[in-house]
Design a protein around this ligand. Structure first.
Ligand code: KIV
Length: 293
């Protein structure tokens, strides 16, 4: 699909900070927040050149890069490695490191230590999933001077109790529970809130009620920003993309065609050519070989 969006590559931009993002409420006339996942230095470079505001080093690295079928297998060490790789791109975008499953569930102290490990790897903030049960952890991490992005709705780390990846808050009770959790996370100090897999009307109401920006994925157009997964946006994944993910390119197809052309050129002898080879201006004495040079 042709994108009407101007590419911001090369435009000098200052760093995006947490206070700048916290102020990005669309109802005040602010531009929507653009967030994209990235998991390595080249990915962060192109995401930043494309002009995103936030690079989320998501635990979706599990599915998109490491070949797992869920995010439960990713560890703090995995996230530290990927956050550090993204940070080496020195993006102007804010780098948010996702706290993996079991990195903030055992104790408040270990949660703060794990959040600090992501900051030391290069994150400017962390994200963690869940509502009321996470309030104490959010408060402690925020008190440790580490900005926290919340994440409600379809929280992939809850795949087992949810019984699969299902849209959440579809009935009145669920919607009210989600709104209460959103208010609690805001009061606990979150600077922004991801809403994933919730009905558009519920996301719009939460967005309306909160003073912090909401960033939606499968949550409709009423949020203060949107987030997509790098591999979904670029068509790099295997299999169909979810209904909410718009594919702006088909890079896996382009990459497969390029690699097939390379394989064909090697097999036919068309690669490398004389121009792609190094030469010396004089004759070399290479001794006696088994074959004439
Ligand atoms: O890990 C991730 O990619 C995420 C986004 C889907 C919000 O948490």
């Amino acid at each position: 699909m042709d994108s009407p969006t101007p590419i911001r590559r090369g435009q000098p931009r200052g760093p995006t900070t947490v206070p700048m993002l916290r102020a990005r409420k669309r109802r005040t006339g602010a531009e929507p927040v653009v967030m994209l996942t990235a998991y390595d230095e080249p990915g962060a470079r192109v995401a930043d050149a494309g002009g995103v505001d936030v690079i989320l080093v998501g635990d979706s690295v599990a599915n998109n890069v490491l070949g797992y079928t869920d995010t439960l297998h990713v560890t703090v060490d995995d996230m530290v490695r990927h956050v550090a790789a993204v940070a080496r791109a020195r993006p102007a975008a804010l780098v948010v490191g996702d706290m993996p499953w079991m990195s903030y569930h055992l104790s408040v102290e270990s949660a703060v230590a794990n959040a600090a490990a992501l900051v030391r790897a290069g994150a400017g903030a962390v994200k963690l999933e869940g509502g009321l049960p996470r309030v104490a952890v959010v408060e402690a991490v925020v008190h440790a001077e580490i900005p926290v992005m919340g994440h409600l709705g379809l929280t992939p780390q809850s795949v087992l109790p949810m019984g699969g990846y299902r849209v959440q808050a579809r009935d009145t009770d669920g919607a009210h529970a989600l709104m209460a959790a959103a208010h609690a996370l805001e009061s606990a100090g979150c600077f922004a809130l991801v809403l994933e897999g919730v009905p558009d009307v519920v996301a719009a109401r939460v967005t309306d009620e909160l003073a912090i920006p909401t960033i939606g994925i499968g949550a409709g157009p009423g949020c203060d920003g949107q987030v997509l997964v790098f591999h979904d946006l670029l068509g790099l994944g295997a299999g169909p993309v979810p209904k909410f993910a718009r594919q702006y390119a088909h890079l896996a197809d382009a990459a497969t065609a390029a690699i097939a052309a390379y394989a064909s050129d090697v097999r036919s002898g068309a690669f490398p050519s004389d121009e792609e080879s190094y030469h010396v201006p004089h004759k070399l004495d290479l001794g006696q070989g088994s074959r004439p040079l």
